[in-house]
Design a protein around this ligand. Sequence first.
Ligand code: ZN
Length: 171
Amino acid sequence: MVLDVSRALKQPGIPFELDAVQAIAPQEVFADEVAFDPARLRGTYTVMDHGNILLRGTLTTTAHGHCANCLEPAQAEIREDFEELFLLGGDPENNEIFAYTGQEIDLERLALSTAMLGLPIRLLCREDCDRLPACEEEREQVSLCQKELPGQRPFAALKQLLAEKAGEGTD
Ligand SMILES: [Zn+2]
C-alpha cells in the first residue's frame, strides 16, 4: 500500500502514526515457496532534514512454507522491527536505499525486506520435529532438528552489508 505523507510534510520533526497493512508476494527461500499473510506495520513516520522521512516500527505477519525436516506444511510468526530512512527523490531502482517522490511512500519493499529479516532460517512444523520425509525415513535415521543456533538468521549478514554500503554514500 501507499502511505500518504502530505500532512507530515507540513510538520517536519513531528512523528505521525503509522498503521498500515501491506501484502507481500510469495518468495522462494531455499527451494521452498514461502507465502506471507498481509503484514501489519505499526510505528511512526517523521519528516527529517531535506524532506527525507524516517519510518520506524514493528512488522508482524505469518509465513507459510514447509517443514525443513518432514516437508509437511509449516508456518512461523514473524515480529520484526524496522527503521529506515526514505530519501526524497532517491533513485527508486537503487535497491540499497529506500526512496520516495511526491507525497507518497510505497511500503511494499520495506515490508518484504523486513519480513525476510524476521524469517527463521528453517521452518519447522513444530519445535521438536524430528521426522524425516516419508520417502527418506528408511535411508536416514539422524534428526536434523536441533542443530540450528537460536537467533541464526540468513539475512542478518545481508542487512549489515547494506547498512555498511549505505554509510558510504548513496551515489
Ligand atoms: Zn516437521
